[in-house]
Write a protein that binds this ligand. Structure first.
Ligand SMILES: Cc1ncc(COP(=O)(O)O)c(C=O)c1O
Length: 414
């Protein structure tokens, strides 16, 4: 594993070195770019604190990471900071998601929504180019617990949404209902769908459930020969691989073709740090060759993107190292266990995957004032059936105690 913690001194030096390997608008002869450093009235380059803050320094220098640097060399002007993006993608793909070295492409996207849609775009274009498919012949298969970005993608790309129910109650952990899956597959085939993109989730938005690929894909392959599988690990990607010993949603599984992971959720990176990864051999299907003024052209939905975002993710990863991050994620699981133990005693119905930090509680079991006081998020703003707690880093034991005490008092009618 190449992912080792770095000392603060080394980490800062590496970022300043990377920035030094970029050309910069301050003292390099850059005449042709429609870009520059950040506004000098507001973000002046000689602010003394910038010397201690490599991230803010990169932000102010404003490098653009446009393109896909695992695929080809992009704009040489920013190759210093691009190299750290390539390093962070390697940690995510190889160390966390078990890809073989140099077997993947990827980039730091604006968020999980774009990374999910990028996957759909890549595979739609593959089917169109290689199989002569029409968009209405391509289905996107997902469960009812999926993030709504699946619908955005279908709407934008003209592909067909196919939603499958999940099992409710018992020990099923909201797994896909295989009987309904079979019905939906048969219907899709009858409706003229010939090609399928399966969208699985590692950590669904409301329940934190983890899709089990084997039974789903076995069924899909009974009905369709041409199948790609994307894993939406936007929420779970920086926790579940560290808290579970048995993760079937990685590149070690030959059925998995692409993965979304969000730095701006569990990793505590700034917004703008979605991560898209896919196996080599597919990124070229979204190459926009008309982007001829960009060195290396473009492959992404977003185009220009801040190099500072990639640096933020790299810095967080290198601050903790693999072992440090695993330890931190386990502390969140321990805190979530405390909540669930107390809910058991109070007789509150809830759904939670044991290696995840989301607890979805039956809305009727939680008084409205408590849901409001603790800003619990409902599955449906107007008609809540479930309200959730997400044990993020700021959810300290004292906050949990206070919530549980209020709940206990309410249950006892006090
Ligand atoms: C599972 C899942 N996928 C995708 C997203 C979308 O992420 P973003 O808001 O970064 O676009 C979310 C957001 O909550 C999510 O929970």
């Amino acid at each position: 594993m190449s992912w080792k913690k770095l000392s603060l001194r080394t980490l800062n030096a590496r970022v300043f070195e990377a920035l030094g390997n970029n050309l910069n608008y301050h003292d390099s002869a850059i005449l042709g770019y429609p870009a520059t450093y950040l506004d000098q009235e507001q973000f002046y380059l000689d602010a003394p604190f910038l010397k201690q803050s490599p991230f803010l320094s990169v932000l102010v220098h404003n490098p653009n990471h446009i393109g896909c640097h695992t695929f080809n060399q992009g704009e040489t002007v920013f190759q210093g900071t691009q190299a750290l993006e390539i390093e962070l993608l390697k940690i995510c793909a190889v160390d966390i998601f078990k890809a073989k070295e140099n077997s993947y492409d990827g980039y730091v996207a604006p968020g999980g929504t774009e990374a999910n849609i990028q996957a759909q775009w890549v595979f739609r274009n593959y089917f169109q180019k290689e199989k002569n498919a029409k968009p209405h012949e391509i289905g996107l298969l997902f469960s009812e617990d999926n993030h709504y970005s699946v619908y955005k993608g279908c709407n934008l790309l003209g592909i067909q949404p196919i939603e499958v129910n999940v099992e409710k109650g018992g020990d099923h952990q909201r797994q896909w209902d295989i009987t309904h899956l079979k019905q939906q597959l048969a219907k899709a085939r009858a409706d003229g769908i010939k090609y399928v993109i399966v969208h699985l989730t590692m950590g669904t938005t409301m329940f934190g459930s983890i899709d089990n690929p084997a039974p789903i894909l076995a069924e899909v392959k009974q009905y369709f020969d041409d199948v790609f599988t994307h894993v939406d690990a936007a929420f779970g990607g920086f926790i579940y691989p560290f808290t579970s010993d048995d993760n079937a949603l990685t590149f070690a599984n030959p059925d998995i073709h692409s993965i979304t992971i969000d730095g701006h959720k569990m990793l505590q990176a700034p917004y703008g740090t979605g991560i898209f990864l896919c196996r080599k051999g597919y990124m070229q299907y979204t190459q926009t060759e008309e982007a001829s003024y960009v060195k290396g052209t473009d492959f992404t939905l977003c185009g220009s993107r801040s190099g500072a975002n990639a640096i933020a993710v790299w810095m967080i990863l290198m601050t903790h190292g693999y072992e440090g991050w695993k330890y931190l994620m386990q502390t969140l699981i321990d805190r979530t266990d405390i909540i669930c133990d107390a809910l058991d005693k109070l007789g509150v119905e809830y759904s939670r995957h044991p290696q995840m930090n989301i607890v979805a509680m039956k809305a009727t079991d939680i008084p409205k004032e408590i849901a409001k006081k603790y800003h619990l998020v409902a599955d449906d703003f107007n008609y809540p059936k479930w309200v959730k707690i997400v044990t993020m880093m700021h959810v300290e034991k004292s906050m949990i105690d206070s919530f549980l005490l209020d709940l206990q008092k309410a249950k006892q009618g006090g």
